[in-house]
Design a protein around this ligand. Structure first.
Ligand SMILES: *Cc1c(COP(=O)(O)O)cnc(C)c1O
Length: 439
């Protein structure tokens, strides 16, 4: 075993000429060489590894180096890559045709599975990406309430629809500004942005303009500023204020759905949102996402109601086959017990490995982040103070030892059920080695 570990370390520190060439080639025809910015190593420097294939808990780059994967395609691969049941389901589906633009029973199967897993969802619409799910849920909330404004929280990511791609302005605490060129002032003006875990700010915003607020959207456990937990009092106030003012509470569980628990974060928090968005895991690694909630609200969507939303490839048969297969596997509580056991050990091991460095580790189930910050991260204002240069050094130290982490301090790492105890121990040893040279 020691032997194998040494071999892998040696292999991984070799240069990666094929990835470098592939990145250069991609950069000539794809902006920045990638189809989603998180893949570009922008926050940590260096060359992103181009992936040749994956299997279980491992990914293999073009140069043949194997890595223990804690990105898991940024969430979906909770059972690991190439899970036999998922592969079998997709292979069977592909033989029967890859898209019809007409309804299939597989879509109803997936809808029924989602509804059985997440009790607040009585009806559900399938879409293709998390971005589409949150964008559609916001439109539905606006159409249902006949109001325009929404509240979102700093450091929460809900995909790249205009009204959600906004940041806190520098002057007034609640005035949102576009977070990207091309997002209009008008979209930003309809979005109120508040600090996460600040119940008083929520109360103040509702006191001031509650009757104009269509919805509050949040990540109930944040993954997109690293793993950040919501405080109970904050969640309670969100539920109370939205009820009081007839606004909808939208749980964006694109990352947390089927990840932190089979029933999502809401099942751990005992909160019943009005609408929920799902993505990532629900597609089993193929492009599928969903939004759902109370039937009375969902029936406002065309053709049951008048809120427009459509999609040529929505409910795609390959994606629903993968989604049905993965949810069938996840319905076994033993999967989450295993994830908890592996993740708790990783949590404890990383915490110990970093003991001489200012840090905290945050975790919910198989989602976790090692923050280079001695203060517990509860909001973006705290997250911002992390030492991202230290993170970059840690990231590359781990990568060189064959451990593939998310390439930003502000992303959660994911454990899969395909990780072995040996993988976890190797990861902890790698972290110990990285930190051993630090003062
Ligand atoms: C990933 C993510 C999205 C966006 O999903 P895409 O499929 O990338 O469009 C939205 N919300 C949350 C919480 C996410 O983690």
């Amino acid at each position: 075993m020691r032997q194998g570990q040494d071999q892998q370390t040696e292999q991984a520190v070799q240069p990666h000429p094929r990835s470098s060439d592939a990145f250069a080639r991609a950069g000539r025809c794809i902006p920045g060489g990638v189809n989603s910015p998180a893949r570009a190593f922008g926050a940590v420097g260096g060359t992103p590894r181009f992936i040749a294939r994956a299997e279980g808990a491992y990914i293999f780059d073009l140069d043949g180096v194997r890595y223990i994967d804690y990105v898991g395609s940024w969430g979906p691969m909770i059972l690991g890559h190439t899970h036999p049941e998922v592969l079998k389901a997709v292979q069977a589906a592909v033989e029967k045709g890859t898209s019809f633009g007409a309804p299939t029973e597989s879509e109803t199967d997936l809808a029924e599975r989602i509804i059985a897993a997440v009790p607040s969802i009585e009806k559900v619409r399938l879409v293709n990406s998390g971005t589409e799910a949150t964008m559609s849920a916001i439109r539905l909330a606006r159409g249902y309430t006949r109001r325009d404004k929404i509240i979102k929280f700093s450091g929460n990511y809900h995909g790249h629809a205009d009204s959600l791609l906004v940041a806190a302005g520098s002057s007034a605490a609640t005035l949102a500004v576009p977070n990207s060129p091309g997002v209009t002032q008008g979209s930003a003006a309809d979005t109120i942005i508040l600090a996460y875990n600040d119940p008083r700010a929520v109360q103040a915003a509702f006191a001031e303009q509650g009757h104009e607020i269509a919805a509050v959207i949040l990540e109930p456990v944040v993954g997109n500023m690293g793993c950040v937990l919501a405080e109970d009092a904050f969640l309670q106030v969100l539920r109370e204020e939205t009820r009081k003012f007839g606004s909808l509470l939208i749980y964006d569980e694109v990352m947390t759905g089927f990840r932190v628990a089979f029933g999502g974060a809401q099942s751990l928090q005992g909160i019943t949102p009005d609408l929920t968005t799902l993505g990532k895991i629900v597609g089993g690694g193929l492009p599928a996402a969903a939004y759902g909630g109370r039937a009375e609200i969902m029936d406002h969507i065309l053709p049951a109601g008048d809120v427009f939303q459509a999609g040529t490839l929505s409910g795609n048969p390959l994606a629903t086959a993968a989604g049905n297969a993965i949810l069938r596997e996840l319905a076994d509580p033993a999967v989450y017990e295993r994830l908890e056991m592996l993740s708790a050990r990783l949590h404890q091991g990383l915490d110990r490995a970093a003991e001489k460095i200012p840090h905290t580790v945050a975790r919910v189930g198989s989602m976790l982040t090692l923050f280079f910050n001695s203060e517990q991260v509860t909001s973006w204002a705290v997250a911002e103070k992390c030492d991202t240069a230290q993170f970059a050094q840690y990231f590359h130290g781990m990568l060189n030892q064959g451990i593939y982490l998310p390439c930003s301090q502000y992303e959660a790492m994911f454990v899969s059920a395909a990780h072995t105890q040996e993988d976890i121990e190797k990861t902890i040893s790698a972290a110990e080695e990285v930190f051993a040279d630090w003062t």
